[in-house]
Ligand binder design. Structure first.
Ligand code: DAH
Length: 343
């Protein structure tokens, strides 16, 4: 009996060790521990063992059963991990892990779209610092210290010398000081104003500035470029209106409107219910523009007798609000994923 036990242990351990897949392992389990297995048979044969040997033989068979079980347990994870039959544990019909695809912020998207239109016209993208000094933010642009128009461009001062730029126009002066005409540039960036935050005001927002300088740039060039821009941005049927205005850095200056993108400026639609976007005016202001003031040219060392140019500046949030029908500027900056996901 003792020999038999030893023999069974040897062959069981050998078979389990050599099992190449889960099937072979299962066969070994049935052969030794199954209902009619060799180990089970040994227990059944206990009745024939003499009473003197019973206790010892019983222990030996129990130990054998444990050895075989342990060997099976240890081998099982090894085989189910790598072999084909183990693959039944991986259900390849289950849906995979879906990774969220990121997207551009609506402001970045709008900046790219606006710049894209001007790039197609031959403009080059230029950037400048958000931390500026009074010279570039004001003086170089013909906004003198005591002039009331300075209020419109009031900003945050970091100390006596440095401030956060209140518009992208300072980059005009910076670029002209280090470059010679002819050129056509577009300047996107953040600007800052000490405005109380509400649905249409934010202390930080984005602008895009344009500047074209050459020896014979005329107001008609400005109109042509901006008309093309408005049509690409808001649709082929968009009409433009230039209203006389004032900016210290341009002369003459204009405020530029487009025909209302909601009611198309249609008189029939204006009365009796006023359009919710244009308030019945039929026009929406989108930017400021003009011919570069000769004083600005002189400030950067250009000869105003030799060069002319046009400039314009627009608020990116305003364009995005119009284009996407957004009702509150704060939505751009709250990082609410439900809002951002829509773009
Ligand atoms: N800098 C002006 C502002 O922030 C916008 C502007 C108006 C820029 C006319 C220009 C311009 O270049 O010609 O309100």
């Amino acid at each position: 009996m003792r020999d038999k036990i030893r023999e069974i242990e040897k062959s069981a351990v050998e078979e389990i060790t050599l099992a190449v897949d889960a099937d072979a392992l299962e066969k070994a389990r049935v052969k030794y521990l199954g209902r009619k297995g060799l180990v089970t048979e040994l227990f059944k044969n206990m009745s024939g063992v003499s009473p003197a040997d019973k206790a010892e033989i019983g222990k030996l068979i129990n130990a054998l059963k444990e050895t075989v079980s342990k060997a099976l347990d240890e081998k099982t994870p090894v085989l189910s991990g790598g072999s084909d039959s183990g693959a039944q544990k991986t259900d390849i019909t289950l849906p995979g892990i879906i990774r969220e695809i990121g997207r551009l912020h609506p402001i970045s998207k709008t900046i790219e779209e606006i710049c894209g239109v001007f790039i197609s016209l031959g403009f080059k993208v230029v950037e400048g610092p958000e931390i500026e000094n009074e010279h570039y933010n004001f003086e170089a642009l013909n906004i003198p210290l005591e002039h009331p128009s300075r209020d419109a461009f009031d900003t945050f001062y970091l100390n006596d010398k440095w401030l956060l730029r209140s518009h992208t126009s300072p980059v005009q002066a910076r670029f002209m000081e280090t470059n010679k005409p002819p050129f056509a540039i577009i300047i996107p960036g953040k600007v800052y104003r000490p405005d109380a935050t509400d649905a249409s005001h934010s202390f930080m927002f984005h602008q895009i500035e344009g500047l074209v300088v050459s020896d014979n740039i005329r107001f008609s060039d400005l109109k042509g470029a901006l008309t093309l821009f408005a049509r690409q941005m808001f649709g082929e049927n968009t009409r433009m209106r230039f209203r006389p205005s004032f900016f210290p850095f341009t002369e003459p200056s204009a405020e530029v409107d487009i025909s209302c993108i909601l009611c198309s400026g249609d008189a029939a639609q204006r009365a009796p219910h006023k359009c919710s976007l244009c308030g019945g005016k039929g026009w929406i202001e989108i930017l400021g523009a003009g011919m570069v003031n000769p004083k600005v040219f002189r400030n950067v060392g250009y000869n105003p007798e030799k060069v002319t140019g046009f400039a314009f500046g627009m608020g990116v949030e305003r364009i995005a609000i119009l284009k996407y029908g957004i009702t509150d500027i704060r939505m751009f900056f709250e990082n609410d994923i439900r809002f951002l996901r829509q773009f």
